[in-house]
Design a protein around this ligand. Structure first.
Ligand code: BGC
Length: 765
């Protein structure tokens, strides 16, 4: 689209202070409709006539900025009056905040050097059929905002004690009367001439000139993803003093978002807050695991009653430490704080409940983990100095994500970024958007194939496959051209079975062989290319041959399986010639480990599927219901409110697994919820009718639960599957919005859409 605006930025640097751009304008003609089109190099908040425009938090969102920068459109007709002022504050956001945890690539560092740029235009459509534009150009002004500092990782400083900036009615703001549009100057100016010292606003900082610059143009795209919005509020459940004498607020739930302050204070008094996820073994505030992320909120008060919430940052937290508060920390009351949860605006689609309260808490924790990490990009964690779109984490969780919430649009946008960032040789970055610019790891890069396929299966829309197929194939080409052995993926640098419990001492990588993982995913991704081509009615013979060659090579090369994850991959991906035997071996390994798992990021998502599909359902449930470490429920017994990065993030004695890699909100192991939907409740779509057009429901109960019930809102309607123990029988209640195949205790029944009740004898699995 053609913009009738130029990129502007402050003519002089303001350091860390976020600039506030402004423009006043008046309208004489009758307006039928007015639309604000806007984006920024950073994150913006637009306020028109003192009303916030839209509810998008951290707009324009996080994309692969070198190729794609979203803009948003807002209908602002109802905001307008005769005299108007548009004020837009621009923070650093993902575009310009330094990334303390990992060294950004030179390319990304260059992107981060960008100025605090704004591109905006209002399109006026008049009752008489004519139109005009008001775009950013040299007639805009800027000044320092009250946001003195704001970064994604370090937090925000806001000075409310500063005098209020000029309003639309003051003569200091440049005036605009809509005239038919004339194209914005394409030349780049070093200094604006529109302002002289006589009309500068002296209230906060001098009104400063803006300058135009050559900002992104080819990469501008309309909003693609779901907008991030404020979703819910939480109130403090307790305010207490720790043994160390600090005052801490507990919101009772780990969230991503921020607090809103409500207080009465004197001009210049300060509030300083630190954020944390957990308390340490002594019950003290702790956030050493945030590593380089300062995650602080600093607010300088004005006189009287006031409220404040940050504009351009967010935190992953449950606890807030009061480092400073008017009247001292002990003056804090519950009324002073509200926690606001933010995440991408996704509709909830799936729910599971059962008779075990700990399992229900686990399901809740998984959903909270998804909310906390689905802030425009699927991230590893929301608190420490990473918060990155790690491909491996997204790949292991995508199926669960698509069951809990409608994530079709969310993932479609992220996959567009993946494709934009993919190397010409097919390399897929460790994180998307690709800030790191290095490497390609098996199971991480395979997100290029697995995520589109899972989204297709969940929603049945072929478009994600046609858009992604070239990228999927490029990934296969990358592997084929970066391996030491034909038809195996050997060599390279991989994350392995990340955080597997069979890791050698001092390593994060489980003992599963890199080459086995890499070849297993090479085969799996190739099989998905075959399937995708067939869905798209394309010839798949080249990839079919490659797939069977990889399987053959895998079988000749890996003649034994040494770890739980090796067994899981060999069986789940149908690589072994006798998958049942491998699943039996897996079961034996688990039993000899004291009925416990050893798997990391790569093996865990598939572990229970292999057990339940090859005759070890009872063992699968034993792992699911296990409460001692290592297990899913261990963290629940330790008071977790989200899913931990490590099976033992907090050990039995209250000490931490580690200082430096210990997130308490990492969704990867939450991928177990997909098994509960697919196997325990038995709700499955099929490749023949993806998006639940064709459905198979095969519930698999266990007598250690009295009942379990799952529901899923699909594109075709609501599905439900549940079972209850009734005397010596299982009673199943199933609702299907489409014709379905139902399998109850080995009996297969073809049914029309509708609701059904079945019974089967209560047998030990
Ligand atoms: C992240 C992970 C990620 C990993 C790569 C970590 O720092 O938090 O979740 O997948 O690095 O192995």
């Amino acid at each position: 689209m053609i913009w009738h605006a130029a990129w502007i930025c402050p003519a002089d640097t303001m350091g860390d202070i976020c600039p506030e751009f402004f423009r006043s304008f008046s309208e004489k003609k009758a307006i039928k409709k007015a639309v604000l089109r806007i984006t920024a190099l950073g994150v913006y908040e637009a306020v028109l006539n003192q009303k916030r425009v839209g509810d998008f938090i951290l707009a324009p969102g996080w994309t692969s900025y070198k190729k794609r920068l979203q803009y948003q459109e807002y209908d602002i007709t109802s905001f307008l009056s005769e005299q108007n002022e548009l004020v837009v504050t621009v923070g650093k956001g993902w575009y310009r905040s330094p990334m303390p945890g990992w060294g950004a690539s030179p390319e990304w560092k260059t992107i981060q050097q960008a100025p605090a740029g704004l591109l905006a235009e209002i399109e006026f459509l008049y009752e008489d059929g004519t139109s005009s534009f008001l775009g950013t150009d040299l007639t805009w002004g800027c000044r320092e905002s009250a946001v003195r500092f704001s970064e994604i990782y370090d937090g925000e400083t806001y000075d409310a004690s500063l005098p209020i900036a000029s309003s639309a009615t003051e003569s200091s703001t440049p005036a605009f009367s809509a005239t038919p549009f004339s194209a914005a100057s394409s030349s780049t100016h070093t200094f604006a001439s529109a302002f002289s010292s006589s009309n500068m606003d002296k209230n906060r900082s001098d009104t400063l000139p803006v300058m135009e610059f050559d900002g992104p143009s080819d990469s501008l795209i309309p909003q693609e993803g779901e907008k991030v919005t404020e979703q819910e509020t939480l109130f403090p459940c307790r305010i207490f003093e720790t043994p160390a004498g600090e005052t801490v607020i507990d919101f009772g739930q780990e969230i991503s978002g921020y607090v809103e302050l409500h207080l009465t204070a004197h001009n210049g008094e300060e509030v300083l807050l630190s954020h944390g996820e957990v308390l340490d073994a002594d019950g003290n505030f702790y956030n050493g695991n945030y590593r380089g992320a300062k995650a602080k909120l600093h607010y300088i008060c004005k006189e009287g009653f006031q409220t404040y919430k940050p504009k351009f940052t967010f935190f992953g937290f449950r606890y807030v430490r009061i480092d400073s508060f008017p009247g001292g920390p002990s003056a804090v009351t519950r009324d002073n704080f509200t926690a606001i949860v933010i995440h991408s605006a996704l509709s909830r689609t799936g729910n599971i409940r059962c008779s075990n309260p700990l399992l229900n808490k686990l399901f809740d924790n998984i959903v909270w983990g998804q909310k906390g990490n689905f802030i425009d990009v699927p991230t590893d964690c929301p608190q420490r100095d990473e918060r990155l779109g790690w491909t491996g984490d997204a790949e292991v969780f995508v199926r669960s994500a698509a069951l809990n919430f409608d994530v079709e649009r969310f993932f479609s946008k992220w996959l567009s970024d993946l494709r934009a960032d993919q190397g010409t040789d097919g390399r897929v970055g460790h994180v998307i958007p690709d800030l790191l610019g290095d490497g390609a790891s098996a199971a991480w890069g395979d997100a290029a194939c697995i995520c589109p396929w899972e989204i297709y299966l969940a929603y049945g829309n072929k478009e994600i496959l046609s858009a992604s197929l070239p990228s999927m194939e490029k990934w296969i080409t990358y592997i084929s051209t970066h391996t030491n052995d034909k038809n195996l993926w050997t060599g390279g640098t991989h994350f392995g079975d990340w955080l597997g419990l069979d890791a050698p001492s001092g390593s994060y990588k489980g003992s599963t062989r890199d080459d086995l993982i890499a070849t297993a995913f090479y085969a799996y991704s190739t099989s998905l290319v075959v399937k995708a081509r067939k869905v798209l009615n394309m010839d798949a013979s080249y990839y079919e041959t490659l797939y069977s060659d990889i399987i053959h090579a895998f079988r000749s090369h890996f003649t034994e399986y040494r770890t739980q994850t090796e067994c899981v991959l060999a069986a789940y991906f149908n690589l072994a010639s006798d998958c049942k035997a491998v699943a039996d071996q897996l079961a034996t390994m688990i039993v000899s480990c004291g009925n416990s798992l050893q798997t990391g990021f790569v093996g865990t998502p598939y572990l229970l599927y292999v057990l339940s599909r090859y005759g070890h359902l009872k063992l699968a449930y034993s792992l699911l219901l296990r409460e001692q470490y290592p297990s899913w429920l261990y963290s629940v017994t330790k008071g977790a409110t989200t899913v931990w990065e490590h099976w033992d993030g907090i050990k039995e004695d209250g000490s931490f697994w580690s200082m430096d890699m210990n997130s308490f909100n990492h969704y990867a192991y939450g991928s177990v919820i997909a098994w509960v939907y697919n196997e325990a409740a038995g709700i499955q779509t099929s490749e023949d009718g993806p998006g639940y057009e064709t459905v198979r429901i095969q519930p698999k109960p266990d007598t250690r639960l009295d009942w379990l019930s799952a529901s899923l809102m699909t594109r075709h309607g609501r599905m439900e599957s549940g079972w209850t123990r009734q005397g010596d029988q299982w009673r199943y209640e199933i609702t299907t919005p489409v014709d379905a195949v139902i399998v109850i205790a080995d009996e297969t029944i073809q049914v029309k859409k509708g609701s059904y009740v079945f019974f089967s004898p209560l047998e030990e699995c």
